[in-house]
Design a protein around this ligand. Sequence first.
Ligand SMILES: C[S@@+](CC[C@H](N)C(=O)[O-])C[C@H]1O[C@@H](n2cnc3c(N)ncnc32)[C@H](O)[C@@H]1O
Length: 247
Amino acid sequence: MTSDASYRESHTKPGKAVAYDSHFEYRHRAFLWSREQLILKSIRETYLGDHDYDYLDFACGTGRILSHMEGYAKNSTGVDVSPEMLSETRKKVKKSELIEADLTRSQPLGDRRFDLITAFRFFLNAEASLRESVMGTLGQLLSDDGYLVFNNHMNRYSAIAIALKLYGSIRGKEVRTWTLREIHALAGRSGLEVVAVYHTGVIPGFEWIMLLPRPISAAVESVFSRIGILRHVAQVQVVVCRRVTSR
Ligand SMILES: C[S@@+](CC[C@H](N)C(=O)[O-])C[C@H]1O[C@@H](n2cnc3c(N)ncnc32)[C@H](O)[C@@H]1O
């Protein structure tokens, strides 16, 4: 993304959707996604239980999260601004409604409200003004006791982020990172509160590189996921928010 480009246009080029999906074949990225699936299961069980719920996946991209989550929801909707990405999603989903839109610029959802909204691999990469605008919009789309769930896939204080920042500073490349402090502040400005933070990726890794064999990594990450303080140094944080007024 160049400095004057918006993240809105980042996934609109031909070939981008197929390339995006292929990156999840990278060993470490695939491993983190397998851990995120366990986190999503835990969030569904803790916050949604047996209830029927309306679900929205914002910035659904090629449908990674949406196709995984749609089977658990009564109604399921994916929104993305990129027709290229949505065409890949269309191949994967079974029942979700797909909408091509930028919710910060149009309101195709009218007065619909959602009990669960997810937004993965979005906020870290979005420029500050878009982050603010999307967080505010998603907060408005939540039902009174609904939950917004999103991830930070490059926590600034994880070992891999520190290493990449160092490498980036030598090569003159920007490495985007995000922190829990910034997340709490952003949520607060949008009338949301953070109710839980899950984490994974305490063991450093990057794309194809994993330090340990996958079964050992899985066992170690399972233990680490129960040690709350490690959320501060894990690469991936999955945040659960609700509206402050819902208390
Ligand atoms: C990195 S992809 C994430 C896809 C998916 N959520 C996932 O985790 O695999 C980011 C997506 O955000 C979409 N996007 C960027 N700005 C947007 C906006 N303002 N409204 C809707 N989608 C947007 C892009 O088109 C892209 O598909």
